[in-house]
Design a protein around this ligand. Structure first.
Ligand code: ADP
Ligand code: MG
Length: 395
């Protein structure tokens, strides 16, 4: 895979696919980690005298312009962080984008509007996607792929544009791939994996492959209830994916046969409603009341998890242990984050919300070996899948 260092971009228009999919609340960016993660590659291109055309998506506008998914606030923040003007185009391949690109001088930066305002960006139809990719490619001379959070998507800006232009990987993708290799080849052991979050069925798949590589798998977050239910416990109104129970049972069997340790919570914070103000108590994991829902792992589980991380040499963590956005349910996530830091392991945090949790809970992100910007992408890599955005960057 070529990197930006291998490219001569002086005076050239360089289309950079970044991941600027930041959380927004009422038009205000609540965590700018992904913007900051995109800076080194953009800066490098600026320093090399490129005319930098940044493209990205935000949220799921479902193929039409929706003001609440505009990248306009991101353009402002990007400009502040870069310390230079960022020209913002109000469309992606239309008049505004063409004018913005034409206005650039060497070393200047433009950001085009949300790629997903065009249905063709995410289309399953190769021809439709290809036509959009033709228009995007026509804006530039060179393509740089740096949106690690989107490399598992076969989207026009990720997969089809690099097939149409000379291309290279940005520093972010290059780093992410190096880290993922450390989690899959010659792994330092014990290797512990902590899984949580709310996308249960998305995340169960990775366990299939982890049973071949990991020594310990710790389960928290929304998926823990499917495990508890599979073991015959009631889970009240907690998040549950009944249809995944056979899969979970099969994983538990295989883990036993292979000597992989599954670590499940022993206690849970159970609330009367999905709210910070709801009545909530710590209950044993096998005694969740029928009218309650589990919103965090309990304090004993936090200690247990930390103890299973203490002597690990490699830790991969994806998914918060609870609804960390609400203070009463943030303690499990805090305990796991601290557990990673207290170990001597090579520690990798993956997933947009997990990375945001680390930051909003006040941890120093530099204290972790690596914070990945791509949750889904890193999971699919660990699942052993081919990622379209990486495949397209190979020569
Ligand atoms: P990531 O972005 O790190 O991959 P996910 O998107 O899968 O993680 O999940 C993050 C979300 O999971 C958080 O918003 C958190 O509130 C939620 N979550 C964690 N535990 C639970 C739970 N027990 N019930 C419901 N939601 C949960
Ligand atoms: Mg998420």
């Amino acid at each position: 895979m070529k990197t930006v260092d291998d490219l001569d971009v002086q005076g050239k228009k360089v289309l950079v696919r970044t991941d600027l999919n930041v959380p927004l609340k009422d038009g205000v960016i609540t965590d700018d980690g992904r913007i900051r993660a995109s800076l080194p590659t953009i800066r490098k291109l600026v320093d090399k005298g490129a005319r930098v055309v940044v493209v990205a998506h935000l949220g799921r506008p479902k193929g039409e312009p929706k003001p609440e998914f505009s990248l306009a606030p991101v353009a402002v923040r990007l400009g502040e962080l870069l310390g230079r003007d960022v020209v913002f185009a109000t469309d992606t391949v239309g008049e505004s984008a063409k004018a913005a690109v034409a206005s650039l001088e060497d070393g200047q930066v433009a950001l085009l509007e949300n790629l997903r305002f065009a249905a063709a960006e995410t289309s399953k139809d190769d021809a439709e996607r290809g036509a959009f990719a033709d228009e995007l490619a026509a804006l530039a001379d060179v393509y740089v792929g740096d949106g690690f959070g989107a490399v598992h998507r076969k989207h026009a800006s990720v997969y089809d544009v690099p097939k149409r232009l000379p291309h290279a990987a940005g520093g972010l993708i290059a780093t992410e791939v190096d880290v993922l290799k450390k989690l899959t080849e010659d792994v330092a052991r014990p290797y512990a994996v902590v899984l949580g979050g709310s996308k249960v069925s998305d995340k169960l798949g990775v366990i299939d492959n982890l049973l071949e590589t990991a020594d310990r798998i710790l389960i928290g977050g929304g998926m823990l209830f499917t495990f508890l239910k599979a073991q015959g416990h009631e889970v009240g109104k907690s998040l549950l994916e009944e249809d995944q129970i056979p899969t979970v049972l099969e994983y538990l069997e295989r883990a036993k046969a292979k000597g992989v340790e599954f670590v499940l919570p022993v206690d849970v914070v159970a609330a009367t409603a999905f709210s910070a103000d709801a009545e909530h108590d710590v209950v044993p994991a096998d005694a969740i009341p029928a009218d309650r829902l589990g919103l965090d792992i309990g304090p004993e589980s936090g200690k247990l998890f930390a103890s299973r991380l203490a002597d690990a040499k490699t830790v991969f963590w994806n998914g918060p242990m609870g609804v960390f956005e609400m203070e009463p349910y943030s303690h499990g996530t805090r305990a796991v984050a601290q557990g990673l830091l207290d170990s001597d392991a090579f520690t990798v945090v993956g997933g947009g919300d997990s990375a945001a949790a680390v930051r909003t809970l006040g941890f120093d992100e530099n204290a972790f070996s690596h914070i990945s910007t791509g949750g889904g992408a890193s999971l699919e890599y660990l699942e052993g899948k081919t990622l379209p955005g990486l495949e397209a960057l190979e020569d």
